[in-house]
Design a binder for this molecule. Structure first.
Ligand SMILES: NC(=O)c1ccc[n+]([C@@H]2O[C@H](COP(=O)([O-])OP(=O)(O)OC[C@H]3O[C@@H](n4cnc5c(N)ncnc54)[C@H](O)[C@@H]3O)[C@@H](O)[C@H]2O)c1
Length: 436
């Protein structure tokens, strides 16, 4: 088969701009799992199975048996942060994983230290970093590229991927400097203030041939200049904003209402969150970035333009409240006002007492492994088959994003089948006697 992926070489670098709660929880989690101290619950690449052929064939291998992914033992972690210290410090600050578990992997955690971050406080106003690069945007971009090369050389790596886990930046829209590779490069040289740190990391990754995913709502590789660069450099990308708690629930419930032609009059979502992410999102301009990625979901699932009588007046509101006592243990409430037969009103209440970083960590792992696999299959640009993981999937400009979790899952599975030369599953029915 001509497009057969190359087998996974032994090691893969996983580079995380932003080594806070999510970043440190992924790293500590993988180290703990490697040491036999936990299970990779929530990770499709580690625990998921994939059906192959007809149901009668009973072929359901683990995804990792079908697809040549790098094993957890082969992952090497690095990254950047605007606070120094090591990953043991980051984990104890984040207070996600119990100290008793952390202490068993302390030595290894202490060997992982972030490079100084590429930062501009105009984009993240609530943080005062102490471990940062200096210089113009061009100088910061070249320094991040040098870090990537050094990290690969020091660890004997042929391949690496980058997953952005930095704090959410303020909301900005693309402008002329973001439009072409030439204008973007000129903007780096001129230290153009419209180029954000998230874009600098994305640019550095793409230039170094490192697949890039954006776990945050910040504007990054989804500007025309970097989309063009990813194609030119044959680098797969993906984004944006990990789909973890409330939006995950939304993209399961909304398709159900639509499937049953139930109306939705209102959807009020609120959260209390006390980690550093919550503190950053307490700032209105950063919240606006998050609000954008959270709000888009319902309209593209329910399509009010097709069903004005069911969804035309939908009132959708999302709030995030910073509430320090909760730390990373977020609580997300949803009140959903729905209508049924003859317009009779009903209500649904969801109260998800979740753990933000515990939900996000397996997503980071899966994205790193799948993007590396995509790269080995010769894929480039936005990988829409990974929409499953995103609150706001980036798509081609001509199509709307697919948000329904189970459509996204089917798409992901069929892409995997296709990439290894297996027959696609269409779910077209077969006659009962054929099925047995
Ligand atoms: N469930 C989830 O946790 C979840 C879901 C979706 C998206 N996200 C997004 O993931 C990101 C990380 O979340 P978190 O809970 O780990 O937040 P966090 O505040 O604990 O970690 C972010 C880290 O990024 C660092 N940072 C900020 N700007 C930086 C820069 N320019 N360079 C290097 N480091 C920088 C901060 O110092 C901090 O350590 C946030 O943008 C968040 O919105 C999280």
């Amino acid at each position: 088969m001509s497009n057969a992926p190359q087998p996974a070489a032994e090691k893969l670098g996983v580079l995380l701009p932003g080594m806070g709660a999510v970043g440190s929880t992924v790293i500590a989690g993988v180290l703990a799992i490697r040491a036999g101290l936990g299970q990779p619950i929530g990770s499709l690449t580690q625990m998921g199975r994939i059906r192959l052929g007809k149901r009668t064939e009973k072929r359901n291998p683990l995804i990792q048996e079908l697809v040549p992914l790098t094993a957890l033992d082969g992952l090497v972690f690095g990254g950047w942060d605007i606070f120094g210290g090591d990953m043991y410090d980051a984990c104890t600050t984040a207070e996600v994983i119990d100290r008793s578990l952390l202490d068993q992997i302390k030595d290894e955690l202490q060997t992982i230290k972030p490079f100084p971050g590429a930062f501009d406080s105009n984009f993240v106003k609530r943080l005062n970093g102490t471990h940062m690069k200096t210089g113009t945007r061009r100088e910061m971009a070249e320094a991040v590229r040098a870090d990537i090369r050094a990290f690969k050389a020091d660890n004997g790596l042929q391949r690496a991927v980058m997953v952005n886990c930095c704090s959410t930046e303020v909301y900005i829209e693309s402008s002329d400097v973001h439009m072409t590779i030439e204008s973007f490069e000129a903007g780096l040289d001129a230290d153009d203030q419209r180029i954000s740190p998230a874009m600098i990391y994305a640019y550095a990754a793409i230039q170094e041939g490192v697949p890039y995913a954006n776990g945050t709502p910040s504007l990054a590789a989804d500007i025309p200049a970097l989309e063009a660069l990813a194609h030119e450099r044959s680098v797969p990308t993906g984004g944006k904003d990990f789909k973890t708690g409330q939006t995950l629930m939304k993209t399961v419930l909304a398709p159900m209402f639509k499937a049953r032609m139930l109306g939705v009059k209102g959807w009020f979502s609120t959260n209390i969150l006390g980690n550093r992410d919550g503190e950053v999102l307490d700032e209105p301009e950063a919240f606006k970035s998050k609000e954008k990625t959270k709000l888009g979901v319902l309209d593209s699932i329910l399509r009010p333009e097709h069903h004005p009588e069911l969804y035309g007046d939908l009132y959708h509101k999302v709030r995030i409240n910073y509430y320090p006592p909760r730390g990373d243990a977020k609580e997300g409430w949803d009140n959903i006002d729905i209508t049924g037969w003859l317009g009779y009103p009903m209500q649904i209440k969801v109260d998800f007492l979740c753990r933000d970083s515990i939900l996000a960590a397996p997503i980071v792992l899966d994205l790193a492994l799948f993007l590396d696999f995509a790269s080995r299959c010769g894929k480039k640009g936005v990988q829409e088959w990974l929409s499953f993981y995103w609150k706001s999937p980036i798509t081609a400009p001509t199509v709307y994003p697919e948000h329904d979790l189970f459509v996204q899952l089917s798409k992901l599975m069929n892409n995997l089948r296709h990439m290894v030369g297996e027959e696609l599953i269409t779910h077209l029915g077969v006659e009962y006697y054929e099925e047995g």
